[in-house]
Design a binder for this molecule. Sequence first.
Ligand code: ZN
Length: 155
Amino acid sequence: MKSNKQKRLELEVKRQRREKKKAVAYGTVPVNPLALCPDNSYGAPLFVTRGFYVDQPFSCRDCGKQEIWTATQQKWWYEVAKGEVWTSAIRCRACRRRERERQTEARRVHLEGVAKQQQARQTLTDAHHTAREHQREGTWKLTTPHGSTTPRKRP
Ligand SMILES: [Zn+2]
């Protein structure tokens, strides 16, 4: 026959176990340290020593909006995208998208510029070859182009 005290103690242990389970299930995701991006610095970030990710509120660096970086998003960032373990979310969803679009656009403009340069260089090279062929054949001579670069006549 169990004493009331013992029964109460067992109930309390069960309750704590239930609470713990609930706490782990809600807003937390276990960390898989083997999947993390290798890190050479001393010590480990809190989520590694703790063993699980926790929903993390933060304010957006760009617009100041409060948002939650969820445990699931963190797991994805560190273990799938291999984000460095000391990095964390700094922009809200909207600003992140805007930033991504800005970067994509900047890259597009840059690549377009590179392509144009290459094209220009190719055109110059072609013109140069043509000029040399003409010169060799004596059919055409390189002359000063007319326009702004033409030397002005003295008055
Ligand atoms: Zn924002």
